[in-house]
Design a protein around this ligand. Structure first.
Ligand code: HSE
Length: 300
């Protein structure tokens, strides 16, 4: 018996909600094919689409490592499992690439075990994969990839994850400028201490964004998509970030910011046409400064 699972890319942080907010998109995403084997333990028989970047060693690969945690948890640590991973999205892009693979793997193993656990209960296992990938088990990619839609991580200890409502017509315009920004480095560059007055501004915006989603108030969503803590530092790694922001806002974005740890940027829009127009304008700009890019338009 084998299963084939797709898990989607995700936009973490959503500008002001560092490590606490994220949403899933329809595409891109990764695919995992998994089957039981007669031998003991996990093997990774194939990885495609990674340019040889990902480890085939099951102890080092985020997919197999989190599947092993799952098997230990259900008391079947020696189960023979074969994994094929087909990466269909760029690595180190800020689109939750490791998370998409890990989540596809966990969904697959849980399916092979007849859905022993709920999707929400898989989140801690997926966080182990993130820990391996970037040194910290943040949940703002894996939780939306598993649960879909907009997700809030209200607390990490204990884990408290809330699915948020959001306006139906919300779309995301994502552009990935092809420069490499590893999440581990992009996390290390952030200041670990903040001033109280800055924290006040930030949590005002997080509350504003969540309220805007509930109230379907696009203007409130837009003016809450401001980040004074993380974006000023990380945006330095992204080519022409402020120019791209102006272009997106002039072309109808509700708000604009870094997707996850970057270098991808995203805009929220009210419809697919606006999202498409923004991606075209941004790609055109990046081409003008000799940067290749990929673009994705998706419903939230
Ligand atoms: N919240 C994480 C970060 C997401 O910003 O580092 C990484 O995709």
């Amino acid at each position: 018996r084998s299963v084939k699972v797709f898990a989607p890319a995700t936009v973490a942080n959503v500008v002001c909600g560092y490590d606490v907010l994220g949403f899933a998109v329809n595409q891109p995403g990764d695919e995992v094919i998994m089957r039981f084997t007669d031998t003991k333990g996990i093997t990774i028989s194939k990885i495609t689409g990674d340019d040889g970047k990902l480890p085939l060693n099951p102890a080092k690969n985020t997919v197999s490592a989190s599947v092993q945690h799952y098997l230990n948890h259900i008391g079947k640590p020696d189960t023979g499992i074969d994994i094929e991973l087909h990466k269909k999205m760029p690595i180190g892009s800020g689109l939750g690439s490791s998370s998409a693979s890990t989540v596809a793997g966990l969904f697959a193993i849980n399916t092979l075990f007849d859905n022993l656990l709920t999707n929400r209960a898989l989140v801690p296992f997926a966080m182990k994969g993130e820990e391996l990938a970037c040194g910290y088990g943040h949940a703002d990619n894996v939780a939306p990839a598993l649960m879909g839609g907009f997700v809030l991580i209200r607390s990490y200890e204990p884990l408290d994850i809330i699915s948020l409502p959001f306006p139906e017509d919300l779309h995301a315009a994502i552009v990935y400028p092809e420069v490499d920004v590893p999440t581990k480095d992009a996390r290390q560059m952030i200041r670990s201490k903040v001033f109280l007055k800055d924290a006040v501004t930030q949590w005002g915006n997080v509350a504003g964004l969540v309220s805007g989603l509930f109230m379907k108030d696009y203007d409130l969503i837009g003016r809450s998509m401001t980040d004074i803590l993380v974006e000023p530092t990380r945006s330095i790694l992204i080519p022409d970030f402020s120019v791209m922001k102006s272009i997106a806002m002039e072309n109808g974005a509700i708000g604009f910011g870094i997707s996850g740890s970057g270098p991808s940027v995203f805009s929220l829009t009210r419809d697919a046409d606006t999202a498409t127009k923004i991606t075209q304008k941004l790609q055109q700009h990046l081409k003008g400064i000799a940067i290749n890019s990929l673009a994705f338009v998706s419903e939230v």
